[in-house]
Design a protein around this ligand. Structure first.
Ligand SMILES: [Fe+2]
Ligand SMILES: [Fe+2]
Length: 160
């Protein structure tokens, strides 16, 4: 398979795809389609997990060559990955508890959407940090051959 990416900076488009998947989960929630919202959240979580794991396994070790960058330490990235997954576990449980026929359904949906807004902010900051520091640094510490090889491995790992 030919990797569609020629540099790490282009990986930002994968962040936009993940954001879109999360919005599709929220669309279903707004339609009160709990089953579809849960199915889409599961799909999003699986895709996010592949993304985070591929970053940690393939990219962070190479990133360490760039030395310490303020606001972009590997521990910061892995800590945020952990927090993102913790949020999703909570959303999964809250979705399962939603009962569309119950009197408190709309308020429960609003509570979940509020918590999901906090998640979206964290996710946005995380992605921005990667797009500002992580991906450009990876482009500068790799030569073309290594870049091509790493991007191919990354793409293969994040594909469903
Ligand atoms: Fe990340
Ligand atoms: Fe990322």
């Amino acid at each position: 398979m030919t990797p569609p990416f020629s540099d790490f900076a282009s990986l930002a488009s994968l962040h936009r795809e993940l954001e879109e998947r999360f919005l599709q989960h929220q669309d279903a929630l707004l339609d009160s389609d709990v089953a579809l919202a849960a199915e889409r959240l599961d799909g999003y979580e699986a895709a996010l997990r592949r993304h985070l794991e591929a970053e940690e396994a393939l990219l962070l070790p190479v990133f360490s060559r760039a030395g310490r960058i303020r606001g972009a330490s590997p521990e910061l990235f892995t800590g945020e990955h952990q927090r993102l997954l913790e949020f999703l576990a909570r959303f999964r449980a809250e979705l399962r508890a939603l009962e569309p026929e119950s009197a408190g359904f709309k308020r429960a949906v609003l509570r979940l959407l509020d918590a999901e807004t906090t998640f979206k902010h964290l996710s946005h900051h995380h992605e921005l940090r990667e797009e500002t520091y992580f991906f450009p640094a990876l482009d500068s510490v790799t030569d073309e051959a290594e870049r091509r090889e790493l991007l191919a491995a990354f793409t293969a790992r994040v594909a469903p």
